[in-house]
Design a binder for this molecule. Structure first.
Ligand SMILES: NC(=O)c1ccc[n+]([C@@H]2O[C@H](COP(=O)([O-])OP(=O)(O)OC[C@H]3O[C@@H](n4cnc5c(N)ncnc54)[C@H](OP(=O)(O)O)[C@@H]3O)[C@@H](O)[C@H]2O)c1
Length: 295
């Protein structure tokens, strides 16, 4: 009979990312930086990418201190297929495998008012307003949805190798969707919310097709509520960090505050390491969806 042991239940066994190789798109600010720090502080080698080289370099310079892992910047634009190919080639040249891919890069879309009871006024706001145009929908969809598809599929061989080099580990793709893809309100940006709902469905299709191909790569998505970032705060400081006043969300979410670095970090570590999680949406929103309601 096997000896009784609680060893498997230790935190360092359950949530370890030591020695893992990760890629975080949009890792230079906001949620991508939170994910990068969570992985690198706990021993992972994390490649970060984005369009702005200085932002990535600043993150590497600031956050490579006192960590057991490493942060390595490689600039890329994930809305261009040739840029994704180049990124994959650069990482393939340096690494034998990829354990974690976080498709986090994203953009918001233009806003329109919806508070109109007159059909002509609603049409004016949603159809005639110059901010409401097809190019804006294309830009939003291309960045938020299309990149998740092409970045994931470009890295499939390297991800599969990540599962083969270590018994008990299956590599993982984590798409960053949003509660905006779940709530019924347009939040004044139809294009953004529709793109995030598409990311949630794309996650399920990729998880299904990859599993059907007998590859051992899990695909999940994290749907955050409101977290401080360049997107939500409009800027970041000299540490690449952003801030949202707590009061702004006191009445809006049961948690009575925006999300913190630690809320995202623990979600990323759980989603990356839980070997039994596949095709799922992990909502981390302080109760935002509870308060706003779904369809
Ligand atoms: N913060 C929130 O409350 C919240 C809530 C739900 C979901 N999200 C999602 O979380 C993700 C991260 O956003 P964030 O809020 O942390 O905002 P953020 O600080 O603006 O981060 C987005 C990052 O994506 C990068 N990026 C944008 N377009 C890119 C492209 N074409 N190629 C490569 N990188 C690109 C940006 O860097 P460059 O501009 O330098 O390329 C930036 O670092 C997004 O998908 C967003 O929709 C955010």
């Amino acid at each position: 009979m096997a000896a009784t042991s609680n060893e498997n239940f230790k935190l360092e066994n359950l949530f370890s990312v030591k020695g893992k190789v990760a890629l975080v798109t949009g890792g230079g600010s906001g949620i991508g930086l939170m994910a990068t720090q969570a992985l690198a502080k706990n021993g992972a080698k994390v490649y970060i990418t984005g369009r702005t080289e200085e932002k990535l370099d600043r993150v590497a310079e600031l956050y490579n201190q006192n960590i057991t892992g490493r942060i390595i910047p490689i600039p890329a634009d994930i809305t261009k297929k040739d840029s994704i190919v180049k990124l994959a080639q650069e990482i393939e040249a340096r690494e034998k495998y990829l354990s974690i891919l976080i498709n986090n890069a994203g953009v918001s879309s233009a806003t329109q008012t919806v508070e109109h009871e007159d059909p002509g006024a609603l049409r004016k706001a949603l159809f005639e307003d110059p901010s409401s145009n097809m190019e804006e929908w294309d830009r939003t969809y291309r960045t938020n949805v299309v990149q998740c598809f092409f970045t994931t599929t470009a890295f499939l061989p390297l991800l599969q190798r990540g599962s083969e080099v270590e018994t008990g580990w299956s590599s993982t793709v984590i798409n960053i969707s949003s509660i905006s893809g779940i709530v019924k309100a347009s939040q004044h940006h139809f294009a953004y919310n529709a793109s995030k709902a598409a990311v949630i469905h794309l996650t399920k299709m990729l998880a299904h097709e990859i599993a059907s191909s007998n590859l051992r790569i899990r695909v999940n998505n994290i749907a955050p509520g409101v977290f401080p970032s360049e997107m939500t705060a409009g800027e970041s400081d000299d540490k690449q960090k952003s801030a949202i006043p707590k009061e702004k969300y006191e009445q809006k979410v049961p948690a009575r505050r925006p999300g913190k670095d630690e809320d995202m970090a623990s979600t990323v570590l759980f989603t990356a390491t839980n070997q039994y999680l596949n095709g799922q949406t992990i909502v981390v929103d302080g109760g935002y969806v509870l308060a706003t309601g779904t369809i």
